[in-house]
Design a protein around this ligand. Structure first.
Ligand code: F0G
Length: 458
């Protein structure tokens, strides 16, 4: 018999989590203005809000914490991180930042200006936020299959080369500072980009003299999918695949809170010394000196170790198979989720789950509220609330996909927790026809509104 997957680690320390009553949850979510970001973590039983910074560090990472060098300049921890980045990602220059969006802020301060156009595959919200904040435009060139939740295309994160070429052809080169490729593509459902697509994008970008930047938060999960799904890569190691992936990027940003399995941290990787030098100025201004840039020495040590652990096949297999385990349970209950299952999360198709709730009443947010009320499981809306208003017309934007994401933290929950989540959602699904109305906005911020928005039930 083929052996099943099993976690490549065992548990040394545990953290208590608490159940609550439906009455308590009714009160707490109302006090939170129906925004799940406003809940206190002890009001949540299973927290699938995000897989970002919520992973469990290993014993080796914790021992690295004790070895951290907190020197302001030239800390050994900086050099440890530099070596790990060179070895795993292949970038000679790097700048540490406190997280992924900080890396975007520093790099885009050098590269993006008013009126620019930045094509990519469903830019993540902070990436888009940093582009639009600079009065530039993010153009989504993701393949059309990504917008059909039932389509089982193995690389739904891919960039449509025709859409991309249209953008490159129809705009002056000076207006396109770079193409951003997100691996895996969070906004399209944690979907991978194939090696062939990365290669083709780089080639096309080269033809027009444009740089390629990877938003690489979940680069290792992307490599796992390439190994499993792309011909010619089945016998390559994750590290070999990762090195080849990055060979098609000129520059990269990474939120290390995902695949590098740390609670805080990020960096920018460069090949071009000139660009690195320009970014140094902003890094010092916004983040900190070159050799710590917003991170403690101990955190840089844990990050270097995390990059190594996060690129081991056995770990990635148990991680991604656990996500698929939840996906399969939901599919068995008939619940509409994005197929294939994502690397870091299961995305529930809220339009199909709650067809009676009008799009103006934010069905995915309503679904996340119902999920929480049912048993204290917290997911997150990835739909019209997150899509913000159009920066010019100020009208609500309604993206093609209206999703409720359940992101699985790394090395944190067991499959019993996954069973609990699946039954919770199945119970909501059973009474879906009684849910006819959603929520309305009471107060919102001008950008990245979903974090702080105040809502009320209709
Ligand atoms: N890029 C991607 C693809 C991301 O998913 C995130 C964060 C960032 C950049 C920004 O990184 O949070 O370290 O500043 N995603 C989290 C999430 C917040 O829940 O998906 P950050």
């Amino acid at each position: 018999m083929k052996l099943p997957y099993a976690e490549s680690y065992k548990i040394k320390m545990v953290e208590t989590i608490k159940k609550s009553t439906r009455e308590e949850r009714e009160r707490w979510i109302k006090e939170a203005r129906y925004n799940l970001f406003n809940l206190r973590s002890d009001q949540v039983f299973i927290d699938l809000l995000t897989d970002s910074g919520t992973g469990a560090m290993s014993d080796k990472q914790w021992s690295e914490i004790m070895l951290g060098d907190e020197s302001y300049a030239g800390a050994s921890s900086y050099y440890k991180m530099k070596e790990a980045i060179k070895e795993i990602c292949g970038f000679a220059y790097f700048l540490p930042t406190h997280q992924g969006r900080a890396a975007e802020n520093v790099l885009f301060s050098v590269l993006v200006k008013d009126g620019d156009i930045v094509p990519g595959n469903s830019h993540f919200d902070t990436t888009k936020g940093h582009i639009e904040f600079r009065k530039a435009t993010a153009v989504d060139c993701t393949i059309d299959q990504a917008f059909n939740t039932k389509n089982e295309c193995p690389f739904k994160g891919n960039i449509d080369l025709n859409k991309l070429e249209e953008v490159l052809k129809n705009n002056p080169k000076e207006k396109i500072p770079f193409i951003v490729v997100t691996v895996t593509c969070n906004s399209s459902g944690g979907q991978p980009v194939s090696m062939q697509n990365l290669k083709d994008v780089k080639k096309l970008a080269g033809k027009y003299g444009i740089k390629v930047i990877f938003d690489s938060a979940r680069f290792a999960e992307n490599a796992y999918f390439i190994k499993k799904r792309e011909k010619g890569y089945e016998d390559k190691t994750i590290r070999e695949i990762v090195r080849e992936m990055f060979s098609y990027a000129d520059t990269m940003t990474m939120s290390c809170k995902k695949d590098a399995i740390v609670n805080m941290g990020g960096f920018i990787g460069f090949r071009d010394e000139e660009l690195f030098k320009k970014a140094v100025v902003y890094n010092i201004m916004f983040e900190g000196y070159i050799t710590y840039g917003g991170m403690s020495g101990r955190d840089m040590n844990a990050l270097a170790q995390g990059l190594k652990e996060g690129t081991e096949f056995d770990y990635l297999e148990s991680r991604i198979e656990q996500v698929a385990y939840l996906g399969k349970k939901l599919t068995d209950f008939g619940i509409p989720v994005i197929l294939p299952y994502g690397g870091h999360a299961i995305f529930v198709d809220a339009k199909r789950f709650l067809p009676k709730v009008p799009k103006e009443e934010f069905p995915a947010q309503m679904l996340a509220i119902e999920l929480y009320l049912e048993s204290g499981v917290r997911g997150v809306e990835i739909g019209a609330l997150m899509a913000d208003r159009d920066p010019v017309t100020r009208e609500n934007r309604f993206p093609e996909l209206e999703l409720m994401r359940m992101a699985i933290p790394r090395r944190v929950y067991t499959n019993n927790h996954m069973d609990y989540v699946a039954v919770t959602l199945a119970n909501v699904y059973e009474r879906r026809n009684e849910i006819k109305r959603g929520v309305k906005i009471i107060k919102e911020a001008p950008i990245l509104r979903h974090f702080t928005v105040e809502l009320d039930r209709i």
